[in-house]
Write a protein that binds this ligand. Structure first.
Ligand SMILES: [Zn+2]
Length: 440
């Protein structure tokens, strides 16, 4: 019996998406004008290839590069050295990369991949979360956020608002263009994140005016101005709340309980020994001082053998016994933006917190954004490409998958990413080593 590599959806294959990314980069005007020995598109695509291959640093990438494969797989004509790539990318405004995210997202829409991510009544869940990815006492650039300590010393750091479409039943997420939190936002964390969220939402609606979203965020976001912003842009929400941060809301819930307006439910999942208890109340004011912003509130307790976890959310979706478990699964899925997105980038080979060289203007932000773009293409493979999933399952971990991909990439002549994945799936016997085809 022979094993056959699974078919893929062609326009969502890595090869098709690399082409989309490259075409998107080619539309960005070269800030250097007409001059340059390395094309601007090649410089951007080289950075993308570095993150796509999870090369541990620009230098390692430079040393080990297999220029033939960079040409056949990533369409790169000439690869810049690391110093030159930094110089070319430093003046790039991160916002120029937005259309490239939109093009890849368009492919996902055409491939009906978003339909698999629908959470409730045609709406997708969109998780937002601020994350830090760089901190230093000495290295800094024009985009860094400075934090001045009492002793006068300064820590420089970078943050961005990450955004991803998530689903409680799926591990894959679809990241959108992140919103950098940069110096002009001021230095206070919450101000920065809140302003970034405002900018993000306005741009989200520009790019996708008709998509239906339910936004899910942590309790920092549960404030009247932010909820009004979401409402003004036609976005539903499930937002975390905490008794300590929202005392008047929880007083309202207590008052509603005394008035008999609270609904309760409990379920016992004997198979896993977990008890679910919840209560909810519709139409309570979020703040005592702002009675106009009214929300529906869910409180939930999960009791396992050793601990009780307590969660609470507010939402604008009217809560009933019929939908409450679904809504709280949406609220709980929010951790995917931290775990599956930010921590994946930090821990699973993307070297997110690592500095690829900081630059003086935008390099750090541009690298983080291109890394998210590479992550988007990877996640699309995870969601839509049966061959990618089969190779991943065969190797057992992403770390090993990236390692084996790189090893093949650096040593063998490959026609395409599909060729590479098929080789990982079938084994090496069908491949010729590079020396066998080298005509020099
Ligand atoms: Zn910086």
């Amino acid at each position: 019996m022979s094993i056959v590599a699974p078919q893929e959806r062609k326009h969502l294959s890595a090869d098709a998406l690399f082409h989309v990314v490259r075409s998107g980069f080619a539309n960005i005007p070269d800030p250097r004008g007409e001059h340059g020995d390395i094309s601007f598109t090649d410089a951007l695509m080289s950075a993308f290839a570095m993150f796509s291959l999870k090369a541990p640093s620009l230098l390692a990438f430079d040393k080990e590069r297999a220029e033939g494969n960079l040409h056949t797989i990533y369409g790169i004509e000439r690869v810049p050295c690391d110093t030159h790539m930094r110089e070319i990318l430093d003046p790039v405004s991160p916002k120029w990369l937005r259309p490239v995210f939109k093009s890849v997202f368009g492919q996902l829409q055409r491939g009906k991949a978003l339909e698999e991510m629908v959470f409730l009544d045609g709406h997708s869940l969109l998780a937002l979360d601020g994350t830090g990815y760089f901190s230093s006492q000495t290295i800094h650039c024009a985009s860094c956020l400075p934090k001045v300590h009492r002793n006068g010393s300064i820590t420089y750091f970078h943050q961005m608002l990450g955004a991803a479409i998530i689903h409680p039943d799926l591990r894959a997420v679809i990241p959108l263009m992140p919103e950098p939190i940069v110096r002009h936002d001021g230095t206070a964390k919450n101000d920065g994140e809140r302003n970034a969220a405002k900018r993000f939402i306005a741009k989200l609606r520009q790019d996708h005016p008709h998509l239906k979203f339910i936004v899910t965020e942590d309790s920092l976001s549960s404030n009247a101005p932010h909820i009004e912003t979401l409402h003004a842009h036609g976005l539903h929400y499930i937002l975390g709340v905490k008794a300590g941060d929202h005392p008047s809301l929880f007083q309202q819930v207590e008052a509603a309980e005394h008035a008999g307006r609270v609904t309760y439910d409990a379920r016992h999942d004997r198979a896993v020994g977990v008890e679910h208890r919840l209560r909810f109340v519709n139409d309570v004011p979020l703040h005592a001082s702002n009675a106009d912003v009214r929300v529906h509130c869910i409180e939930y307790w999960e009791r396992g053998a050793h601990k009780v976890q307590h969660f609470s959310w507010v939402t604008d979706l009217r809560v009933s016994k019929r939908n409450v478990y679904h809504l709280l699964r949406g609220g709980r899925a929010r951790w995917k933006i931290e775990n599956e997105t930010c921590n994946t980038l930090k821990n699973q080979g993307y070297h997110f917190a690592h500095t690829y060289g900081h630059g003086t203007q935008h390099l750090s932000v541009v690298c983080a954004t291109i890394m998210m773009l590479a992550f988007l293409v990877d996640q699309t493979q995870q969601l839509c490409c049966a061959l990618f999933r089969a190779v991943w399952a065969k190797l057992g971990s992403k770390r090993l998958l990236w390692e084996r991909m790189r090893a093949l990439f650096y040593d063998y002549a490959l026609r395409s990413m599909r060729h590479l994945l098929e080789t990982l799936f079938y084994g090496l016997k069908k491949l010729q080593p590079l020396w066998a085809v080298d005509s020099s």
